[in-house]
Design a protein around this ligand. Structure first.
Ligand SMILES: Cc1ncc(COP(=O)(O)O)c(C=O)c1O
Length: 290
């Protein structure tokens, strides 16, 4: 039985009701965040809150994010997942409930705030070692994908195209540039340098992406933030994705062709190890505060 958060209350999921006039339902008028927890310790919550604050401010939705850490902590506890190895809290904030009309409601309405907690599973070590396949798909999204809105239809279709092709991930391509995945950021290794698209309006600024770039720099791995052309993909030594429930996720095949020698490469391995070490460090630091 799961307990969810809805507009200030922690209630059984079955009792959670949202109006058909909710602007999230009618217009996808809202934003979301997904924050991971390792044994209940949040992973860079401050960065998730900062990204959410930016999104809310761009949408002009008035909501104080300062209450979120405590709400997330309680949700994990109420669902008895605060000790789980890996869990997430999904949080969605919409503009609220008002009769359907495109402009914002004239009289402000409270935003609808919904959140749930759940455990997520890493792939097994064997699956990770084998690596994953990806397919390239056209990027059909709008021009502000840096804002984490709930309007995810193009991402849904991209991900489904990957599933239909028997692959794990989609690489979204626009103007010949391999931008990012359907729900994760995309990296290549060229001449030993880790390359990923810079943070602009055409990718989501992933929290995992930012941490992995920092870890690469700290570990002396050269990094370059520049667009990756689709025509470069056959020459990549390694490819991988990053994301909240992906961590460092190796790609060994793109559109049926092997990446490099078709095996998970040394840079991906080094970054995955650095990421695991960072998670251990956070857990130890988190536990020290209990
Ligand atoms: C399109 C897209 N890119 C990248 C990411 C990765 O972001 P994060 O590392 O913050 O999970 C996500 C996560 O949902 C996403 O939807």
């Amino acid at each position: 039985m799961s307990t969810v958060y809805l507009n200030g209350e922690f209630i059984p999921k079955e009792e959670a009701k949202i109006s058909v006039d909710d602007r999230g339902f009618l217009f996808s008028d809202g934003v979301y965040e997904v924050t991971s927890f390792y044994e209940g310790v949040p992973f860079y919550m401050d960065r998730h809150l900062a990204r959410l604050r930016r999104g809310l401010s761009w949408l002009r939705i008035d909501y104080d994010v300062d209450q979120i850490p405590e709400m997330h902590r309680r949700l994990l506890e109420l669902n008895e997942v605060e000790k789980a190895d890996t869990s997430i809290v999904y949080l969605q904030i919409t503009r609220g409930v008002a009769p359907r009309s495109h402009p914002f409601p004239k009289d402000p309405v409270p935003p609808t705030v919904y959140a749930f907690a759940k455990v997520w599973q890493r792939p097994s070590q064997e699956e990770w070692e084998r690596g994953f396949a990806a397919v390239t798909v056209p990027d059909r999204r709008w021009s502000r994908v840096d804002v984490k809105t709930i309007a995810l239809l193009p991402n849904v279709l991209a991900y489904q195209a990957a599933v239909d092709a028997g692959a794990a991930d989609a690489i979204q391509v626009r103007n010949g540039i391999a931008l990012e995945g359907a729900h994760n950021n995309f990296f290549g290794v060229f001449d030993g340098t880790v390359v990923t698209h810079p943070v602009t309006n055409v990718i989501l600024p992933g929290i995992t992406r930012s941490v992995v770039l920092e870890l690469a720099r700290k570990n002396g791995i050269p990094v370059e933030e520049r667009p990756i052309l689709v025509e470069e993909l056959p020459h990549a030594e390694e490819l991988f994705f990053t994301g909240t429930t992906n961590e460092v996720h190796p790609t060994v095949k793109v559109d049926g062709r092997p990446v490099g020698d078709g095996k998970v490469g040394p840079v991906t391995r080094a970054l995955a190890a650095a990421f695991a070490k960072e998670v251990r460090r956070l857990k130890e630091a988190g536990a020290a505060h209990v």
